[in-house]
Design a protein around this ligand. Sequence first.
Ligand code: SF4
Length: 633
Amino acid sequence: MSTLSPASPSICCYCGVGCGVLVQPEKNGDVTVVGNPDYPVNKGALCSKGLNLQYTVNDRSDRLLYPQMRYSKNHPVQRVSWDEALARTAAVFKTFIDQYGPDSVAFYASGQCLTEEYYVLNKLMKGFIGSNNLDTNSRLCMSSAVVGYKMALGEDSVPVCYDDIELADCLLVAGANPAWCHPILWRRVEAHKAANPTTKVIVIDPRATDSTALADLHLQLIPGTDVVLLQALARVLIENGDIDLAFIEQHAEGFETYRDSVLARPLAESAQLCGVPEEAIRLAASYLGSARAFLSMWTMGLNQSAVGVDKNLALLNLHLITGQIGRPGAGPLSLTGQPNAMGGREVGGLSNLLPAHRNLASPAHRAEVQQFWGSGPLAATPGYTATEMFEALADGRLKAIWILCTNPLTSLPNARQAEAALAKARFVVVQEISHKPETLAYADVILPAAAWAEKEGTMTNSERRISHLAKVVAAPGEALPDAEIICRFARAMGFSGFDYPSPAAIYEEHARLTAGTTLDISGLTYRILQERGSVQWPYRASQPAPDTARLFTDQQFYTPSRRAIIHPVQVAFRSEATDTDFPFILTTGRIRDQWHTMTKTGKVSKLNQHSPKLFWKYTRTMPPRWAWPRATS
Ligand code: SF4
């Protein structure tokens, strides 16, 4: 009598909360998914998306089953072997690289990629092809947070942990609707607030949402005026003396210039510009100023903006002037929308990053990585960003693009431009699990990938928590794990260093490359992850299992001076001003039970009951003062 394998621990593949699940294989090849009661993030709880995760795994009706190739642009795709598909792709890539240089090709990946996939892709592109043209859809959602952290704290480092929710007595949520988009985290906020009614919740959002419903104070600002509002809060904090001068003097720099810039705008003017009453700003500042510990959370409202870095800095500054960082319950918590955007940041999976927070502009750092990989020299200039890639395809600078694990024709800000770019591209490779994404119509080569639960690897959630995802079921047809596809292609290109016996071996190499950096995980292995369930980085070989729940507890930051930097943020509004030609302000949001472009969650009838279609609504009439002059800078 055959016995079923026990349930394997894994992580929900949707949002960056990163809830733990147990995946049980069934006799018929399906899986059952339940929340993992032992996982610290969610303690068994799952939101509607996680609860229905098994249906997206078990419904294989849309899966790509074998490689396909189009011999010329006007011909239909045909089934081919893996060897044939990868040999042709390698030949085309080599031709372009020889004729036009390594910057003529690019990879566009995803925050859903596992860390191992990111790692081999980064190594292939930056080390062996010799171009930094590797970017991901994470560019669209959290690159502003990366830059904000680097500028203020010295490196891209989330200083807090989820347990700070229960330790905070004031929560500031800006540009986010976690009740819908990070539900399990929000349930913790709700439970904390219910148990401690004096805990203050402030939500900054132009929209009224399920998150604002919990707030003691909803600052319903005019879209795009976040910096004005955050600076106004800083002004009141400074005027009231609710700042931590000792922290500022000993552990920060830049305060005087910042203070002058903040005080330059009268509160009444700020209130008028952002459409929030002066009294509400004063009340919010009093909540922040009297808080024993204040925690902030934010997502797209701050990040997905032409002035996203400024918005991030304006928020981080509130923590720095009040000294609310590096201690329990206090600090900034940027929420990631994708399950492994953080893992991508760690391996340097953007076109301007190097592994383990190394600096692309540093010749020493590039040489260090080159030596470790045994590769050619790493290019010093950043590659194309996500949106630049499609511009470069359209004007012919880029000849070939390889898209994996993302659906850019639905998710890029200018989808029509992306469509035109793919139509003009000389060569398009799409690595996918589903035959639904619109990009497939433009693909010269289609590579079937294994989906969640069909491959092994790791992911890092929004609180730096690394977890192992088990392979539970076999991939259908000839679909392969993404890392294996990349390694097979690298070998087809003739590169050495891509012969990994297992995902664990890739992870071990990635971990070794982090040694000596601030996110050092050189002591971490799959075995440790499986034994401990999860680990927050760093996890050094020299000092395994330290208390890494919070960073900067010694108030020493990763800047050259070891001080945090308070950046004056001059911008009040820029690209988001209206005029007679562009009179509307549009914002975006996410539907509670859907995720990304709905290729996965859209398959589940239960999830479609909440809101089966995308929708728009007109939520607010802007006051006449909104007609600001269009800024020129
Ligand atoms: Fe999955 Fe996010 Fe829901 Fe947790 S909160 S179950 S990670 S979608």
